[in-house]
Design a protein around this ligand. Structure first.
Ligand SMILES: NC(=O)c1ccc[n+]([C@@H]2O[C@H](COP(=O)([O-])OP(=O)(O)OC[C@H]3O[C@@H](n4cnc5c(N)ncnc54)[C@H](O)[C@@H]3O)[C@@H](O)[C@H]2O)c1
Length: 260
């Protein structure tokens, strides 16, 4: 008889943090963790969208609070984790999804300020988030963290040097933190999304004047974009006890793009 049972058994009454929760994948992840029974602290710099996500959770019968936090700022990230611990009694799970993507130039034309901003929001943020999340998890007996990387962590798209460097870095941080903390009960993995239908993807295609179906055909084996719920399902599994032996892994959810 299988011991796996229903995934929800791992989540009822537990505390989860989701960064970038105002929209896109972060919103879907916050909704999925809340639907599985978690009490969710979601953060973002976009206050209206973040409050809207918290309202959507509550309307569906779940529990959530929104905290304004710029993930590139240590004090904001520390306050976000403190809010989860003080309101919901600890921290069990975290999904670090916040990021930006705005490049259209070749590397030699990229402004230094843009490089700094991209690396601060996409990579330093993951260091800061894990730093505070791990400390909170260690003091409440362990936990699980999922960092959202990208298929760019393996195969860059054109004109995305800073974004690609940041996402390679997210994998490095994920794996080194996994090595350090697995023996202490904090399990750390990454998801590498392919082309997922979110405001970030739609914005990137619009900036480059790309036809969505041409992009979907080129960047997946099945001619469509992924959905935010397909990423949320992977994040839930990676935080559940069903993946207890999966550590330091980068899970591609990419319609087969990286297998080609
Ligand atoms: N959409 C895709 O196709 C795709 C592909 C690969 C990887 N990703 C990654 O998935 C994650 C989620 O992306 P998405 O597509 O949902 O994007 P999105 O733009 O819809 O959501 C990202 C969220 O991060 C927030 N954010 C931006 N800067 C922030 C900051 N400084 N502090 C806090 N929050 C901030 C935004 O306000 C937004 O709500 C990102 O890490 C992204 O790099 C996306």
């Amino acid at each position: 008889m299988s011991q796996l049972g229903n995934l929800d058994q791992w989540f009822e009454g537990r505390s989860a943090v989701v960064t970038g929760g105002a929209g896109g994948m972060g919103r879907a992840i916050a909704l999925a963790f809340a639907a599985a029974g978690c009490r969710v602290t979601l953060s973002d710099v976009a206050d209206a969208g973040g409050e809207e996500t918290a309202r959507l959770v509550r309307d569906a019968g779940g529990t959530a609070q929104f905290v304004h936090a710029d993930v590139s700022q240590n004090a904001d990230v520390e306050a976000m984790v403190e809010a989860a611990v003080s309101t919901y009694g600890g921290l069990d799970f975290a999904v670090n999804a916040a990021a930006i993507e705005f490049e259209v130039d070749f590397l030699a034309d990229l402004a230094e300020d843009d490089w700094d901003r991209m690396l601060d929001v996409n990579l330093k943020s993951v260091f800061l988030s894990m730093k505070h999340e791990i400390n909170a998890m260690l003091s409440s007996g362990g936990g699980a963290i999922v960092n959202i990387a990208s298929t760019n962590s393996y195969r860059p798209q054109p004109h995305q040097s800073a974004y690609t460097a940041s996402k390679f870095g997210v994998l490095g941080l994920t794996k080194s933190a996994a090595v350090d903390y697995a023996p202490r009960g904090v399990r750390i993995n990454a998801i590498c999304p392919g082309s997922i239908d979110t405001p970030m993807l739609r914005g990137a295609m619009a900036k480059r004047g790309r036809d969505p179906q041409e992009v979907a055909d080129r960047l997946s084996l099945i001619g469509r974009f992924g959905t935010v719920d397909e990423i949320a399902a992977a994040a839930l599994w990676l935080c559940s006890g069903a993946s207890a032996f999966t550590i330091g892994h980068a899970l591609a959810v990419d319609g087969g793009y990286l297998s080609r």
